[in-house]
Each structure stands twice: as structure tokens, then as C-alpha cells.
Design a protein around this ligand. Structure first.
Ligand code: NAD
Length: 345
């Protein structure tokens, strides 16, 4: 089929490191609505190696060159978080839609600048909170939003990674630190599942398992206690590594029932009824969030094909980032921090 007769959206992936490689493979194998047409990375060797594995998409050495590629209709940005704003600006200037890895930027002013660049160019800007596209998470959201479980009163979420990224990556100047880099997923879920806004955070962290992270100003384990506008409460627990593998669990306690996502057993989600708990069992052969990453990109390209807006926006990233920044400040200053204090709301 000639490219012109092909109705699939031509996607470029900018950044061919850990996450960009995973996205490129998922697009090539699990996103039938898209064609992987180009890769970009300042380390062109890494991009060429990935291109050879994936059937030869073109390789570019900058965001500008990738965005200028006529076959690239939209770009998935997976460069280091500290480089997102430059990438978003370059791609928006070329008039191409953007799916950007989280966080959209490391500071609120840079996040606002990224949103403004996309708005000014009239391009879509979706942020990669992939758990919102995970079928289990969507089911939990639907169950809560239906009202059948009553009113959410407590949120709990933990994310324990299998192994820590390189120390250089953990540097808050590169990744934002543990609350921005990891916790932003939990803070986004807190807003989305509870249908509420976080107003205050108290947080603690330590470097008991990886003291080397202290040299760059990050921690390997952290806890945040959340207060919501409704009066509801929440906890977020983060760790850079476990001895037993990746562990991601979320629960919402509501007045008339609860939802659970993830567990140490096989079930990935569950729901309670009167006096009973029912589990939804996943296919154990599929990595935990592979489907979520694929569904996230499918939602992005479908929105483009349908001429519709994206569902997870730069403003969602801004709201979750404000909570992460409040948690980081609370941990460093040893006091509760309100979202109004950091977000100027
Ligand atoms: N959603 C998730 O579950 C998840 C998981 C891991 C990482 N991430 C996000 O993915 C992004 C990348 O993280 P990673 O772990 O893959 O990092 P990484 O360091 O492994 O890869 C980043 C790549 O970007 C390239 N790069 C940096 N600046 C560039 C520029 N200006 N132009 C072109 N290429 C450039 C680097 O050469 C490198 O290959 C981060 O924003 C991170 O927060 C998301």
C-alpha cells in the first residue's frame, strides 16, 4: 500500500531511550491505527538501532527535523522530562499533534508555556497518563462515576518500581525527583478517580536503600498524605525498587463500596458488593501496562482521525504536577504544603 492510500496516522517517536523504545515497539505491534514512520534522538546510533529492529522508519537527530518530516503527522515525545518543553515547542511550531510523556514539564511556568505553545499552534497536546487508558482503571472509574459505590472518602495508591533508574536520571533537574517523576501518576489518579481536587500535602522521604540518590538530591522511598477539597483523605507510597518486582496498586474506599486496582495475586482489579469481593483476572502473559500504553496511543490517533480533542490534557498534567511539587516541598521543608501555595490558585 502506498503511504498516500494508507489511512493510518503517521507517527514519529522523539527519544529512543527506555520509554521511547517501548513506545516505538508498541506502536509497531499494537496500534493498528498508526504507522511508525520516523524516530528521533540526539543519540542517532540509538535511533538507528531501534529503526533497524522495527522495519526501517526514518531517523532524525532533532525534534525540528523529525517534526519537519512530511510523513510525520503527529509525534510521541519521550525525551528526558527536562527537554519536553523544547520538544513541544518545536513540534507545535511545525503544526503537528503531540502525545507527550509525563510530566509535561518540570515546573508550572514551563508547563504553562507548553500548553500555550500547543494552543497557539492549534495542535492537540495529550499527556501520557497511561493508567487512564488501562481497561482496569477505566472500569474502576466507571464504577465510581456511576454513583453505585456512593461517595469516595479515601484514596490510596502505591508505585514500587522493579529497579531504580540511573542516578543521573533521578537528579531532580532531569526527572523532577521521585514525587514528580513517579508520584505524578498517583496524583493524577487521585484527581481522576476521586473526582476531587487535592488541597494539601504532607510528605516524607528517605534514602535507606539507595544512599547514592542523596548525592543528586533525590530519595528512594517516599510517602505523601493528601487532603482533598471534599474533606476526603489519601495516601501515596513510592519506592524506586523492590526485591520482588514491579508493584502498582490503587484503591478507593467509598461510602457504599470500594474499588481495588492491582494486587499481589493475579487479579488486576476488583470491586466490592454487599459482603463480597469480585476480582477481574488478567492474562498473565501480558506485561502490566503494555495494554495501557497501546490504548493511550490508540486514543491519541483516533482523536486525530476523528478531528476530536484529546481526553487527557496539558491541564491535567499541570494539576498533577502542582500536587507533586507540593509533596516535594513538604518533604524538603518538613511541613504541610497547600496546593494554593505552589500553584497560586
Ligand atoms: N509513563 C511511564 O510509565 C514512564 C516510564 C518511564 C519514563 N517515562 C517518561 O519518559 C521520558 C523518557 O524517559 P526515559 O526513561 O526513556 O529516559 P532515557 O534517558 O532512557 O531516554 C531519553 C532519550 O531522549 C534522548 N534525548 C534527550 N534530549 C533530547 C533532545 N533534545 N532531542 C532528541 N532526543 C533527546 C536521549 O538521547 C535518550 O535516548 C521521561 O519524560 C519519563 O518521565 C514514562
Amino acid at each position: 500500500m502506498s503511504p498516500r492510500a494508507d489511512s493510518r496516522i503517521g507517527l514519529g517517536v522523539l527519544g529512543c531511550g527506555r520509554m521511547g523504545s517501548a513506545h516505538a515497539r508498541i506502536i509497531a505491534g499494537l496500534v493498528p491505527e498508526a504507522r511508525l514512520v520516523a524516530l528521533g534522538d540526539v543519540q542517532v546510533d540509538a535511533a538507528h538501532r531501534l529503526a533497524a529492529e522495527l522495519g526501517g522508519p526514518r531517523v532524525h537527530d532533532s525534534a525540528e527535523a523529525l517534526a519537519a518530516d512530511p510523513e510525520v503527522q503527529a509525534v510521541l515525545v519521550a525525551v528526558s522530562s527536562s527537554r519536553h518543553l523544547d520538544a513541544v515547542r518545536a513540534i507545535a511550531a511545525a503544526g503537528k499533534d503531540i502525545l507527550c510523556e509525563k510530566p509535561l514539564a518540570l515546573t508550572l511556568p514551563e508547563t504553562d508555556a507548553a500548553i500555550a505553545a500547543a494552543d497557539a499552534a492549534g495542535v492537540r497536546l495529550q499527556v501520557a497518563f497511561m493508567r487512564r487508558h488501562d481497561p482496569d482503571h477505566r472500569r474502576a472509574k466507571e464504577r465510581l462515576a456511576s454513583g453505585a459505590l456512593g461517595r469516595p472518602i479515601q484514596f490510596g495508591s502505591l508505585q514500587f518500581d522493579m529497579e531504580p533508574p540511573p542516578v543521573a536520571f533521578c537528579d531532580p533537574a532531569i526527572s523532577g525527583g521521585i514525587f514528580v517523576d513517579m508520584g505524578i501518576h498517583e496524583f493524577d489518579l487521585a484527581r481522576w478517580l476521586m473526582d476531587d481536587e487535592v488541597t494539601e500535602v504532607m510528605a516524607y522521604g528517605s534514602t535507606l536503600s539507595h544512599p547514592e540518590l542523596a548525592t543528586v538530591g533525590d530519595v528512594d522511598s517516599a510517602v505523601a498524605i493528601l487532603r482533598f477539597a471534599s474533606g476526603a483523605t489519601g495516601t501515596v507510597k513510592l519506592a524506586r525498587d523492590t526485591t520482588y518486582g514491579e508493584d502498582v496498586r490503587t484503591e478507593v474506599l467509598a461510602t457504599g463500596g470500594s474499588v481495588w486496582l492491582g494486587s499481589l495475586q493475579a487479579g488486576h482489579s476488583a470491586v466490592s458488593g454487599p459482603g463480597s469481593i469480585a476480582s477481574d483476572f488478567p492474562d498473565p502473559a501480558i506485561p502490566r501496562f503494555e495494554r495501557a500504553y497501546a490504548e493511550q496511543t490508540r486514543a491519541f490517533v483516533r482523536a486525530i482521525a476523528a478531528g476530536e480533542p484529546v481526553s487527557v490534557t496539558g491541564r491535567d498534567s499541570r494539576a498533577a504536577l502542582a500536587i507533586a511539587i507540593a509533596a516535594d516541598r513538604s518533604m524538603r521543608e518538613g511541613r504541610p504544603v497547600t496546593i494554593a501555595e505552589v500553584a497560586g490558585a
